[in-house]
Design a binder for this molecule. Structure first.
Ligand SMILES: *Cc1c(COP(=O)(O)O)cnc(C)c1O
Ligand SMILES: [Zn+2]
Length: 412
């Protein structure tokens, strides 16, 4: 049972059937899944949602599958944590962390989009899946394809972090590293989509894939007691996640599931070494000028973001803003989150924390705003950026322990 009416061009509104399609053949803009919201409103209630198993499929009426999901049973419903310690450091009294660094199966928010796209590939009868990835999507597609029993063809830029490479090859996927940056990889992947009858999750399955990200918005609104937050900070690569979180809030509002209208200011976060969307927002335009990425935040290193235009638009219309931070600031952000909340995030999470600090200093986020930080990936995957002091090594003697810890010999 599906409430999907078809695909629709986000720019010119032209309608397309539910099929693997990369973009509008008229204007080349991205396509979006369209639903029969009146029919969904007839059946979907808060009670129904709350009673269901804690995974993304509890919102199944708002996801584009025709049948029962085959893969992704453990994806989604990650914790929304009250972050009092970090809040104190940032000067925010109502701070929350949406912790997708513990999402399943591969510890990033990408498991949400992949779960939808790979199930859709199975429904379409496609015999292989793949993607162009900055790292986390590679992990997620490789793992999910293995669970689905499909071969996976994964394209990555040559310079990815070691854990992201190993965390892809381990699942038996065919991994191809391309000399070039993500934008080169993506261009090649578009040609591959034309040549082979595969489901490339962020190319010809992209309209379906993007829908998975809406569940971040649903989960946050549900966990806040059926309310959207006052402010949310979201890291941006291609700019899809940030627009889909907003779409999630608006759909809940449209279906009458929220206690108050959505008045969320949407804030985008990027690294200064790859900031095309933040730059557009600061210039008060939605037109993206592509850049050449140069940052440790490799998961966000997309110089020509596919949804950048829409991300900049959503941010501006919401009364939000976008900021970017330097590589040293990203490292400080990672450390701050770890030391205050006990959450080890990757570089993208460091971007989110450091950008939030900037937004508070600029008074764009107010001290008592109900604010959510979207922590999208896990720190174990980007360990090489950190240069923490190695532990002290001692012989197994109590006196050695005491002098190592307290700096002097133990008194007898
Ligand atoms: C891909 C990614 C993002 C951004 O996703 P987009 O939808 O492309 O903007 C954010 N954080 C992490 C960790 C990611 O891997
Ligand atoms: Zn169009």
């Amino acid at each position: 049972m599906s409430f999907v009416t078809g695909l629709k061009c986000r720019e010119c509104g032209r309608k397309y059937p539910k099929e693997p399609t990369a973009g509008c053949s008229e204007c080349f803009a991205p396509l979006e899944v369209d639903y029969d919201y009146d029919a969904i409103a007839q059946t979907l209630t808060r009670e129904k949602i709350t009673r269901r198993e804690p995974n993304i499929w509890k919102y199944r009426e708002l996801l584009p599958l025709d049948g029962t999901p085959v893969v992704g049973p453990g994806t989604g419903c990650t914790p929304l944590l009250r972050a009092k310690n970090l809040g104190k450091r940032l000067g925010l009294t109502n701070l929350y962390i949406k912790n997708d660094s513990v999402n399943a199966p591969t510890l990033s928010f990408k498991d949400r989009v992949t779960a939808v796209a790979v199930n859709k590939a199975l429904e379409f009868g496609l015999t292989a899946v793949g993607c162009a990835s900055t790292g986390n999507l590679a992990n997620s597609v490789a793992a999910t394809a293995a669970a689905a029993g499909l071969p996976a063809f994964i394209l990555i830029p040559e310079n990815l972090e070691k854990s992201k490479v190993v965390g892809t090859t381990i699942y038996g996927a065919t991994v191809v590293a391309v000399r070039g940056n993500y934008d080169d990889v993506n261009r090649l992947c578009t040609q591959i989509a034309d040549r082979y009858a595969w489901g490339l999750v962020n190319v010809n399955l992209r309209p379906f894939y993007g829908e998975g990200s809406k569940t971040v918005g649903y989960e946050i609104a549900e966990a806040l007691g059926w309310r959207a937050p006052d402010a949310i900070v979201v890291p941006m690569a291609g700019g899809s996640l940030i627009t889909k979180i907003h779409k999630g809030f608006k759909e809940f509002e449209k279906l009458g599931l929220l206690d108050a209208p959505v008045a969320t200011r949407i804030f985008g976060a990027q690294a200064t070494g790859c900031n095309p969307i933040a730059t557009a927002v600061k210039r008060s335009t939605c037109t993206i000028r592509p850049v050449k990425p140069d940052t440790i935040a490799k998961s966000l290193a997309i110089g020509n973001p596919a949804d950048g235009y829409f991300a900049a638009g959503v941010i501006a219309r919401s009364g939000g803003w976008a900021e970017d931070v330097s590589d040293p600031e990203i490292l400080e952000g990672i450390k701050l989150l770890a030391e205050t909340e006990g959450i080890f995030t990757e570089t993208a999470g460091g971007v989110t924390v450091a950008v939030t600090q900037k937004l508070v200093a600029e008074k764009r986020i107010k001290p008592d705003d109900v604010t959510v930080l979207t922590i999208t990936g896990n720190g174990l995957k980007t360990q090489e950026v950190l240069h923490t002091a190695p532990p002290v090594v001692i012989d197994p003697r109590l006196a050695d322990f005491h002098s190592a810890v307290f700096g002097k010999a133990a008194s007898a």
